[in-house]
Every structure is written in C-alpha cells, then in structure tokens.
Ligand binder design. Sequence first.
Ligand SMILES: *Cc1c(COP(=O)(O)O)cnc(C)c1O
Length: 369
Amino acid sequence: MGMATIKPRDELSPVIPYPLGPPPEIMQKQLGFSRIIRMGDNENPYGASPLALEAAKNELGAVSCYPDGTYSRIYTALSGFHGLPESHFIVGNGSDEVIRLLTRAFISHGDEAVMASCTFPRYKTNVLIEGGVPVEVPLADGVHDLEGMMDRFCGRTKMVFVCNPNNPTSTIVDKEKLARFITDVPKNIMVVIDEAYVEYVTPDAMNDAKPILEKHPNVVILRTFSKIHGLAGLRIGYGMMAPEIAGELRKVKDVFNVNRAGAAAAVASLADTAFIEASADNNRIEREYVANRLAGMGFTVLPSEANFLFVLLTESALAVEASLASKGIFVKGISAPGYPNALRVALGCREENDAFLEAIRTFAAEGVV
Ligand SMILES: *Cc1c(COP(=O)(O)O)cnc(C)c1O
C-alpha cells in the first residue's frame, strides 16, 4: 500500500487521539473473570433510573424513524427542570459534543482559551482542532486558580473553561470566588462552566445556574446525563446559555445529534428525583468511607465533591493502574502537570469499594503512599 500523501490540516499535528486502553469488558473475557469492577470512568455504580430504561426500550420499535430533530420533549423537560426558556438549551451527543460545538462556533485561528493545566482533556483538544491556543494555568492546591487564570487574559482571549467539580482532581472552587470571577470576566470572553458532577456536590456549595445565566449572557453551563443519571452509553448531555449563543451552536450542530433512546431516557430520568437523590446519598456515604480508609493507610486524597477520589501516589501510577486491572479492578492512572502520579478512582458500591481498598492496601505497604 502506498503512503498517504493527502495533507491533513496543520492544526491537527499537535492533536492526540483520546488514549483508550482495551475496554474492561474485553479485559474481563481475556482474564476469565466472572465480573469486573469499573472504577475508571466515573459511571454510576447503581445503574440508571428504571423509568429511564423503560422509556429507552419504548423507543426501540421506532428505530427505523429519525428522532424528532426539534427535540421538543427534552427541551420542554429541561426548561421545566431549570426554570429557563427552551431557547437557552442545546442538547448534544454527550456534553463532549457541546464543547465541540462551542469551539467550532466561537474559536477562530489564534484565539486563546484559558483552562487549568490538569483538567478534562477535551477542552484543549477541541481548541487545538480549531487552530486556537490553549493557555494552561496550574491548579493551586488541586483547585482552579481563578486569579491566575484571569492574569492570563489578553486581547486574544475568547474563552475560559472552569471544570467544577474538576475532573480529575474532584475539587470545587469556592462559591463566592467563582461568583466574583464571573462578574469580573470581560463580557467578550465566554465563561464555560462544566458541571458534569454537580449533583454530587454538598448542597449549597455551588452557585445556582439560573441566576448566573440570567445575569451573565457570556456564561455557558454544561451538564450531562452520563454521570449521576447513569446514561453514559446512550450519549446525551446539554448546555445552558444565552439564546444568542445557542443560536450560533444550532448553525454548526448535526441535525439528529441525539438518538431516540437517549432523548427519551433523559426526559424520564430528569423526573426521577428519587433515583438521583439515592445515588447522591449513597455516593456521599461511600466517598467519606473510602477517603477515610485511604487516609488511614497513609494516602493523600484531595477533598472530593464528586463521585470519584483523586489519590496522590509517590510513584508508579500507571503500574498501580495495571496491577489493579490484572485483578479486575479498573481505575485511572493519571500523570498530569503538577500530579505526575495519581489515581482517579470512581466510587463504587460498598462491596466494590472494599475490594478496591483491599487491593490498594498492598501498595500502601510497598511505599507508594
Ligand atoms: C464525563 C464528563 C463530561 C461529559 O461526558 P459526556 O458523556 O460526553 O456527556 C464532560 N465534562 C467532564 C468534566 C466530564 O467528566
């Protein structure tokens, strides 16, 4: 076969495809385990709302028909849930897609986007794809350094990303500091606040979305059905924003970007507050339990407001990840600026957490603490 000589866009040369190892399901087969423990992707260990699953199943008879491209049922549901007009919402194939729509519509060549140096990697990737310049600011004690980020604003700054709680460090920014930051950011800079884990945060520790959006037309808030709603496999998320911004995203979005099953499940899940509350309550109990046990073994764990813990190691995060995987326990080894060796561990149910704690204990004894 000859070498491909078709030149890709120059912008793609620094872009790295998202690193994906063999999926846990395949590893399970290869290792011959009867079950595996998924603590690597921040999924809901309690599954999804039974009402959401029923709604998704009911769509299967209609799979030969395109979804409703106006997505009227989900927009009505979101509007009712948040108390904002439907014109403020955009649904996406996961909130990952909404990030891409934002950069597609608003980042031109040379525009700068400020973000943390240890955060969700999709911001950087999507900014690079558009020829934009990611400006990465170190975290301060595992938390977004809002002042440091503001110090990097210049005439080319177009966007700033605040992942709150931050993936992978699990921390939130102080509520008042973020409110002040939002007020101080010049109105020609878009503030993208990614709230993928908001439902797990201690009540009242975050600012409400609605008043912020009503007061600040440059703010975009991202939410997802992949985390506490347990619908990661159906791919649906959304953004809330001023109608003028939403209107631009509609120009660049695919027509049928969300599938039937995902849209129907999302509507049902929004209404199932009992499932969401139980998931959040269980997570709070397990978060405290696992964090305390890890601290007892000598590990440093950052204060988590999410459904995962960020565990600092002195060495060998990837080796620990691989060793746990060989036992059927999947966590994510992290090597990021400021955090060369850490584990991101999604909280499971009690039995899964105990299996993880048992497995990690051997490493505590070996001195990676
Ligand atoms: C998981 C996650 C998302 C989005 O996930 P989707 O499945 O694409 O909705 C967005 N932001 C952060 C910080 C996440 O952790």
